[in-house]
Design a protein around this ligand. Structure first.
Ligand SMILES: C[S@@+](CC[C@H](N)C(=O)[O-])C[C@H]1O[C@@H](n2cnc3c(N)ncnc32)[C@H](O)[C@@H]1O
Length: 244
């Protein structure tokens, strides 16, 4: 266990000042798959403790912006002044609050909603999600909890992601993975699954990478189709913790 926790990526993260070894997953995803561009506005879902924020902040540069949201607080002081942190649950946070960070003064909430709400057309260029459910140890239950988080991200794409935008999100592989990919293909022009080297050997995690978001119309049609056939989401599983 100690050897697993203090592996190569863990030691590299300590040495390079990253908040978690997960940084190397995003570095590899971006280097191999080309997600982040200078000047991008990025939404990072499940951002605590903040290593993806560190990576994305450097990659989008001082003219870009990275907004991280997590149920846990993020108290790190980032090197560049282009990171904003939201302490909230993605399944509950108001769209206006997130889009508020795209207003000229970066101020979330109702005051900036008029210049940055869904109607204003300002959206994120990229959505990242490294969200992990509180694992139960039951592989099937954990897979469905993880897939649920991915569907929550896809539900928000129409409001939050620019047409042509990109997405990378983690899912624990399992029986509904094919359905998740199929939904992504309805919403994006190109979709691939990718397992970074930094993912732990025993982990079932896989990152779905998608390019070319088809836009609000496609998202609305997708949501309407799902509402017609899907039962409501089941309650959330009980929590026991997570690892990166
Ligand atoms: C593996 S960690 C993310 C590590 C992060 N990418 C980094 O590099 O530091 C997963 C995170 O997802 C968060 N999370 C899980 N469900 C969430 C939800 N519904 N809304 C917001 N955050 C959530 C957890 O609180 C946890 O901090």
């Amino acid at each position: 266990m100690a050897r697993e926790l203090h592996d190569h990526y863990f030691r590299e993260a300590k040495r390079e000042g990253y908040l978690s070894r997960a940084a190397y997953k995003l570095i590899e995803i971006d280097t191999r798959k080309g997600l982040l561009r200078r000047g991008d506005c990025v939404l990072d879902c499940g951002a605590a403790p903040g290593s993806w924020l560190q990576v994305a902040s450097k990659r989008v540069g001082p003219h870009g912006l990275v907004v991280g949201i997590d149920r846990r607080p993020i108290d790190h002081v980032f090197e560049l002044d282009n990171v904003r942190c939201v302490h909230a649950d993605l399944e509950e946070v108001e769209t206006e609050e997130l889009l508020g960070y795209l207003s000229d003064d970066n101020t979330p909430g109702p005051s900036s909603a008029a210049s940055s709400g869904p109607a204003s057309g300002k959206r994120f260029d990229v959505i990242l999600s490294d969200m992990a459910p509180d694992t139960s140890g039951d592989h099937t239950a954990d897979h469905f909890a993880s897939a649920r988080l991915c569907h929550a991200v896809l539900d928000r794409c129409g409001d939050l992601l620019v047409e042509g935008g990109r997405l990378a999100m983690k899912v624990l592989e399992g029986e509904s993975y094919a359905e998740l990919l199929a939904r992504c293909r309805m919403l994006f022009e190109k979709v691939k699954g990718f397992v970074p080297k930094a993912s732990r050997h025993k982990s079932t995690e896989i990152y779905v990478i998608a390019w070319g978001f088809r836009g609000r119309g496609a998202a609305e049609a997708d949501l309407a189709g799902r509402a017609a056939v899907q039962p409501p989401l089941p309650p959330r599983p009980r929590s026991t913790g997570w690892t990166t």
